[in-house]
Design a protein. Sequence first.
Length: 367
Amino acid sequence: MHFTIQREALLKPLQLVAGVVERRQTLPVLSNVLLVVQGQQLSLTGTDLEVELVGRVTLEDAAEPGEITVPARKLMDICKSLPSDALIDIRLDEHKVLIKSGRSRFTLSSLPANDFPTVEEGPGSLGFSVEQGKLRRLIERSSFAMAQQDVRYYLNGMLLEVSNGMLRTVATDGHRLAMCSMQAGIEQADRHQVIVPRKGILELARLLTEQDAEVSIMLGQHHVRATTGEFTFTSKLVDGKFPDYERVLPRGGDKLVVGDRQQLREAFSRTAILSNEKYRGIRLQLESGLLKIQANNPEQEEAEEEIAVDYNGGSLEIGFNVSYLLDVLGVMTTERVRLILSDANSSALLQEFDNDDSAYVVMPMRL
């Protein structure tokens, strides 16, 4: 194996692929990246057995084909440390990989490509294509609500649901739920649901950088695969049953509050400063046309804000975790938002004022 490549052309895919590789590995080969040269194409593969990422680069000069694995972190650090216009020459010499650039020389240890694990190809059951920008928006609008290290392992990920003409993402950690949907040209008669693990979702979002370019998604029985021009990303699926999110969406809330998103966000942020650091609870008091926000903490400190809102219902007092409200307001984009409530013990539904494609549910707190 022997090829030459510009530093910039190698660094971009290498950084993304190395992002998948975990630093602490049980198998030594998992901290390596697999380099394969075929014809004029170099492919780089990284995996942690949960997710796999393959980056592809077209080589400008003639190359000798071959395959080998080298330490991912070291190769990336070498590339980063070279000048930006450097030309890198990489060749395999017996069991070592020699890297030359200008007056620099490096010799890296390697492990055979046969030792490198590949994600098993299962039969693909459903494939479709969507614009990268749209899929990224779905992920960004709901991924914050995924659980982290919950014993209910199926919550440590995101539900991807495909139904006729519709693509939807849902995430919940048991205290709040985020859901975002979009129209997509998908022919699928019945609902198809998969749970993509947390790491898979966050890595996938990092790859969706070309707003208008297409990404092809393949949903298999055990894997989801996303392919763009330069990358193929594969993640294992979580084997479990996601909660029925339709039952969680509050129905019949009779108290509608409409307010300015930025004003609410700033007021919540200021009030949060004096909320209890552990429980982050704040109290909302609603009266006609007015929302009062209050917080206090064990040191007997208090914060209070008043905001004018569109609201004509009866008075209501309800407590929430302020972090959950701020997370929702942080991913919304419209100027005005609506909050639908029924009583102090029922979940709140938050949505953008003129748009139903995303919905957020936050459970109340007893204060």
